[in-house]
Design a protein around this ligand. Sequence first.
Ligand SMILES: *Cc1c(COP(=O)(O)O)cnc(C)c1O
Length: 456
Amino acid sequence: MKYISTRGESKELGFEEALLRGLAPDGGLYVPSEWPSIDFTKLKSQFYWESAAEILQPFFGDFLDKKELNILTKKAYKSFNTENMTPLIQLDDNKYLLELFHGPTLAFKDFAMLLLAELFDLSLKKRNKNITIIGATSGDTGSAAIEAFKNSKNVNVFIFFPKDRVSEIQKKQMTTTGGDRVFPIEINGTFDDCQNIVKALFNDSSFNNEVSLGAINSINWGRIAAQIVYYFTSFKLLENGPISYSVPTGNFGDILAGWVAKKIGLPINNLLIATNENDILARTLKSGIYSIDKAKATMSPSMDIQISSNFERLLFEAYGRDSSKIKSLMSSLKDNNEFTIDDYALDFIKKDFHAKSISEEDTTSCISDVYKKTGYVLDPHTAVGYAASNSLPSEGSIITLGTAHPAKFPTAVKKSLGTVPEMPDRLKKAMNGDERFSEMNIDLEKIKDFIRSSIV
Ligand SMILES: *Cc1c(COP(=O)(O)O)cnc(C)c1O
């Protein structure tokens, strides 16, 4: 499989190159040059990791053969502590919850990050090369990355997180792993400052060459691909009439994976973009205008995002893969903070997607209603998805993706239920571990020196 950029001005690459690069040099995102097709009725795998190898084969095939891929996925997912990695729980007549939080950091980001770490490891060993991964986080991405890469000998990981803006649990998950090559850095600033540091380091080409930077945020195609798998496996578990998915959405990565699953052969009915009060995507589907607002802080912080980077990949398809259109939309976004989607492209999007924004109040009442009815405790992100699922047409089953374990967000749960959820052992261990992290100001030169001198 070859990969091309959504902006059409970068050279076509194989999977391994696209993986290591992350973002295309023209600023666009990598997508497969053509879509494979998978007959889901023929999938026979028993374990999740086997399904992963089967479904990802056409995407990774120029890098790994089937046997190598099986070894890789088995290794990647060995740290899940349940045999059934993705339990499907029925909460109402036609409503199901797909629990994606049984990995080491208790959020769905483990699925993609663990696989990415193995892919990077394999490629770097083969090339006898080391890289320096840098990333900004508001919580879940950082802990998943640190956990996944902590044993990779060819990778040093530097994660920037904003002082006082990540929860105590999220911070402990990043700072207590004990890995020698992972460096959590508390920045005296906001999440945006952290993200700006990452961008500035990437744009500094002499520094980039010196330490070989790598990207692990969800613009990396490898992460999207990994997330296609659980749509297939959960769909196969039900298979009783039409099935729709409600997906708590921020950067549009997880739900884009659902669209790809549909595109390559899974007959998904509707895909519901569930957002918190940061409702840019819900507004866009209604008006056709993608217009950036200020990001609000909500009780589902991993979705407090205004620029949904992966939406560009869907726009590329909606415009019939016309990269000149994408270039002009993105330059309008840069200059005017907004763009308008043409009717035909908006119709394309609305054929597969619905969108619903859920207020803070409705998130709280969803957590308490579901608890009263079923005894099940939802985390605030999953609650946004579950609450939104009421807005879908009622035919068929609806699977809401359960993106995080409720114990990661005790404050929001306490607000809704009056009590905090029980902490899984893995989290208790992180809470009691010794913390190791650095504190830094927004000073690029000092940060570069720190990275240079820390690399092992
Ligand atoms: C990252 C995250 C999301 C949003 O996922 P996207 O792929 O960015 O849309 C939702 N819930 C939780 C718990 C997350 O960590």
